[in-house]
Design a protein. Structure first.
Length: 291
């Protein structure tokens, strides 16, 4: 990429921390009329599981929960909030240790984050919601559906993984080098809060999650498994997720990366919307031929 302006962008827990050089011709975060993630009109804070968690709500209709990726916040899902709030009641939250939500004590884990969302839905008196999770948000969505199946109607996940080895080696290697560098700074006496948060996010990136493939068979929620054809997630790993879910559809976006929700938000949103709005069915070519 051409060096025009340098920005540190975290592109998802599954994936990796990567430096993206941004210019007018390259990928950049959503810049929309509504300041998603900074909207004092729509924003609220709740206390749960020992932290203050920040969230925003938009629109009316069936409830839908949006979960962002590693190092991101509500604003990263701006294109999705814009689209889905026209016919869904959208709940978008900064996950623990991200955006305006507190980190809390102890190790940051996906299980802990999923439990935060479970409690949030309970506090909002929402018995069941459709869930869209991108990257880390996809992992959290899977865990929410696994441990709290009553809370998840349909689930759509983009660029999710089950284990640290679900990402390509070039990505995991970059994350591991970054983790070593952070640990060295901490060993040298850097006790800044920003570095503590970064270390926790890298822990998620490099050392988590650990979801058994066979456990996915317990998830009965209709699930749309998505990835780019040049994602940071290994193609075979995405297929592993798809094949272990009892009620799943698979979508590999052509000419797309891990950043598909930004690259082509119209196609991405329409794909998710079709899955959520239409009744779930599982066509099978084998059955068409009576076999």
């Amino acid at each position: 990429m051409k060096i025009d302006g340098l920005a540190r962008l975290v592109v998802g827990t599954f994936a990796f921390l990567v430096t993206v050089r941004l210019n007018s011709a390259e990928l950049s975060p959503p810049k929309l009329v509504v300041p998603y993630g900074e909207n004092v009109v729509a924003g609220k804070t709740v206390v749960l599981n020992g932290i203050k968690l920040y969230y925003e709500t938009y629109g009316q209709g069936p409830p839908m929960l949006l979960i962002h990726g590693n190092g991101q916040s509500i604003g990263a899902m701006g294109y999705q909030i814009d689209f889905f709030s026209s016919h869904f009641h959208v709940i978008a939250a900064d996950s623990r240790g991200h955006g305006k939500s507190e980190l809390g004590k102890g190790r940051l884990t996906y299980e802990q984050m999923a439990e935060d969302f479970n409690v949030l839905l309970g506090q909002l008196n929402l018995k069941s919601v459709d869930v869209l999770g991108w990257s880390d948000g996809g992992i959290i969505g899977l865990l929410l559906a696994l441990h709290h199946p009553d809370k998840v109607g349909k689930l759509a996940i983009m660029g999710a993984s089950l284990r640290p080895d679900g990402v390509y080696p070039w990505a995991s290697g970059a994350g591991e080098e970054e983790l070593k560098a952070v640990d060295n700074r901490i060993a040298q006496g850097d006790s800044s809060f920003a570095l503590k948060v970064k270390r926790q996010r890298l822990d998620l990136l490099c050392l988590q999650p650990h979801i058994a493939s066979d456990d996915l068979r317990k998830i009965l929620s209709p699930t749309l498994v998505m990835a780019g054809d040049k994602d940071v997630i290994d193609d075979e790993h995405t297929l592993e997720i798809f094949h272990h879910l009892p009620n799943a559809h698979l979508c590999i976006f052509p000419g797309a990366t891990h950043m598909m929700p930004w690259e082509d938000p119209q196609l991405f949103n329409r794909t998710v919307d079709k899955f959520l709005v239409q009744p779930y069915s599982r066509p099978d070519t084998r059955k068409l031929f009576g076999m």
